[in-house]
Every structure is written in C-alpha cells, then in structure tokens.
Design a protein around this ligand. Structure first.
Ligand SMILES: [Zn+2]
Length: 416
C-alpha cells in the first residue's frame, strides 16, 4: 500500500473541515464541508477508475468490476461525517482505507473474482438528527424515504427536505443492498476505546456490536424546607436517586465480564436549590450489552432495585422505557480470514466486541459482516484530541487489503 498517499488524503480532507480554534474536525451531516468531502471522495473514486454514483440519501457508492460482474460484491466502507469538533480518523479511516484497497489492487493489476464496492456513508453520527447510522439504514432498507419525512434536525428541519433537493438520478442503480445480494461487508474503524492500546495490540477483530436499552426514571419525593423538616420526616428524591445510581453502577460492575456497561448520564433535580429538600429527580439510564439475554437480566434486576429502594425511602417512581436496539453478532469466517491476515503480516491482534454502534451493524442482518479496529491514543474519540499514528493506520489498511482480497475470491465461501 501507499501510506504517503493515504496520509496526504487525510490532510486534504481534514484541512478543509478544521476548526482553527481547537483543531476539531467539523463535517456535520449535510453541511457544506461534509458534502464537499463526499464530492471529493467521489472524484478520487472516479480517478481510480471506479463506477461511482450518489444514492438518494447522499451516500457515495463506487464499484470496481470483478472478473464475473454477476457475482455478489464485497462491500467496504465507513462514514464521512463527524460530530461537532470531532477527530481526524473517526469514519474517515474506513473511507480512505477502502479507497486504498482499490488503489492497491489497481497498482498491482489484481483482478478479483467478485466485484468490490466502496462506500462513504452519509450521516452516521447522531449529532444533527439525534439518530445514528442513517446513511447505512437507508441503504439496507431500515429507513425509507417516507421515514425521512418524520425525522427532524435540532433546528426543526425535516431530513427529507434536506436530502431530496440534493438527490441525483441514479439510473436504476439503487436497489443493490438487499438481503443475499452482498457477499460480505467489512468496515475498518478506530476503536474509540482503550482496550487495544492497554493490551498492546495492533488490530482488533470485532465479534459483536453491543446495543443499548434506555430508560427515563422519574422519582417523586416531597419538597419541603431544609431547616424545618426533621431528618426522619423527609421524603428526599435526590438521596433515593443517589442510591439507585450507585446500584446501577454496581450492576454494571457485577456483569462486566459478560460485556455489560451501565451508565446514568443525566440527572435533573427539582427545585435544585440549597435550602429545599429535592422533591423530584429525573435520570436517564443507558444499559448496554452484546448479549441481549444478559442485558435484559440486568434490566430486570435494576427494576427490582428501584422498587426496593423507593419502597424503603417511601418515594414513588415512574420508569419509562425509551427503547432498545438489538446487539449484532458478526461473521466468524471473515474474522478467521482477518486473523490469518494478521498472522501473515506479523501483527498482534485480539478478538473483541464494540461498545459503540457503527454502520456495519445495519449490514449484519442482510449479509456476512465484520469489522477491523485499530487503537487510538488513550482511547479518546469524538474529540480534537483523537490521535492515531501513521504506523497504526498502515497496519489497519494492510489487514483490510488482505482480508478483502481473500473475500473477493470465488473459492472463499462464507457461512452465515
Ligand atoms: Zn465512526
């Protein structure tokens, strides 16, 4: 591979989107810098000899023909958008990595049996529309044009009204991403956590994507005077909430080995003044796991604890279920191929699951899917401090290249 070329591409894409005050990258979904980046990517694809188009949602899709055009394509990709003041590598790594796979094949005159499609997904981050992976949801049929009419951004703009004027004529190329129409989907991404770095591994081979079950808990106590209400006569919503928060943390620790993480990330207190006993507290609770059964066991235990604690403290509560996503299991044969690539290249790897969601999770139900992680400094992401070395990028892309070449062989068969 041509590392210099990749590094220069990173600079070109990021220089255009950098906040001069803090170094953060700003390619918010469907903003000017984000659309320019998508256009720039499409031009690089064209230059690499690919057949490229934008779909209705603004995803960039580029195809390199195989020896047999009727075989199912191997699909690579990640997202081109960022959070506000995000990092240089989140998303873009998998986009430029996929492009480098094609450049590598071109340079070495490698003709693959299966076609290869590379994609820059639009709108993966939930920053603007409070919902994640919208580009891949559209491509895999999980979000329709009709659905787009009821999704709004933070300023009230309707998603459909934003994408429709930009949409281009696709010459009937859109109906590509259906069940059983893709041989494999593979995404290269930074880990966005500390596990690879702490274990001194070059590569993470992702086996599962964890998914959240979220709740809003409203605890009702009695607001009264902080001076004239004796301790035994109080019904304090905040001390009740404190006990519940610690219990939820304890549950996460108890089930840590089974891939559970629990977070209370939001709390609001009423009336929130120094001289009144808190009468009402609202908490937002996020319970995540890679195994749905274990996750729901934790949810049940949490509900019992909430019941016991509020009973004991004579407060009342209302627990609202905000919804859940399904964890995704990735394809084991692709993982084995990536493992073999690591062995051939002499890289240290480990199997792991992803605590964060990615575009790949939308492909898992429709085709054999896998992900490759590389470490990032101190596990920091969604921040201008996000940092990855050139060497780490090189290793990640090399595994992506080797795995893709293997997947694109007609003799490589994948079990679901
Ligand atoms: Zn990402």
């Amino acid at each position: 591979m041509n590392l210099q070329n990749v590094i220069e591409n990173f600079q070109t894409f990021n220089n255009f989107a950098r906040n001069p005050n803090n170094g953060g990258i700003n390619r918010i979904a469907f903003s000017h810098p984000e659309r320019v980046a998508a256009l720039r990517f499409s031009m690089l694809c064209q230059k690499a000899g690919l057949d490229v188009y934008f779909d209705f949602f603004g995803n960039v899709i580029a195809r390199r023909e195989g020896k047999n055009p009727s075989l199912k394509p191997v699909v690579l990709g990640s997202h081109i958008d960022t959070v506000k003041d995000g990092g240089q590598y989140d998303g873009l790594l998998g986009v430029l990595g996929a492009l480098e796979v094609v450049e590598h094949l071109n340079e070495h005159h490698i003709e693959t049996d299966h076609p290869i499609i590379i994609i820059a997904f639009a709108c993966e981050e939930s920053t603007r529309f409070n919902e994640a992976t919208l580009g891949s949801k559209y491509l895999t049929g999980k979000m329709t044009k009709e659905d787009m009419k009821s999704i709004k951004d933070n300023d009230g703009h309707v998603l459909y009204d934003i994408v429709a004027p930009l949409a281009q004529d696709m010459h009937g190329k859109a109906a590509l991403f259906e069940r059983n129409k893709i041989k494999a989907f593979l995404e290269l991404h930074i880990e966005q956590g500390p596990i690879l770095e702490n274990n001194q591994k070059d590569i993470g081979i992702v086996t599962d994507i964890a998914a959240p079950h979220r709740f809003k808990l409203k605890i009702q106590g009695v607001t009264s005077h902080s001076g004239s209400t004796p301790m035994p006569m109080r019904t304090d919503a905040l001390t009740t909430a404190s006990e519940i928060i610690l219990k939820i943390e304890a549950l996460g620790r108890a089930y840590h080995d089974k891939g559970i993480v629990t977070t209370v990330g939001y709390a609001s207190v009423y009336p929130n003044t120094m001289n009144a006993i808190p009468g009402e507290v609202t908490l937002l609770i996020d319970i995540r796991g890679k195994d749905e059964g274990v996750r729901e066991t934790v949810v049940k235990e949490m509900q019992q604890h909430i019941d016991t604690i509020t009973n004991h403290r004579q407060t009342s509560y209302d627990l609202e279920d905000l919804g859940q996503d399904q964890p995704r299991r990735f394809n084991q044969t692709i993982a084995k191929i990536s493992e073999q690539s690591c062995n051939t290249l002499g890289y240290h790897y480990r199997y792991m699951y992803s605590g964060a969601g990615h575009d790949a999770m939308n492909f898992a139900p429709i085709c054999p899917t896998s992900m490759i992680f590389i470490p990032c400094k101190n596990g920091i992401s969604h921040s201008p401090k996000e940092s990855v070395t050139d060497k780490e990028i090189e290793k990640g892309i090399n595994v992506l290249i080797e795995t893709t070449i293997e997947l694109a062989k007609i003799d490589t068969t994948l079990e679901a």
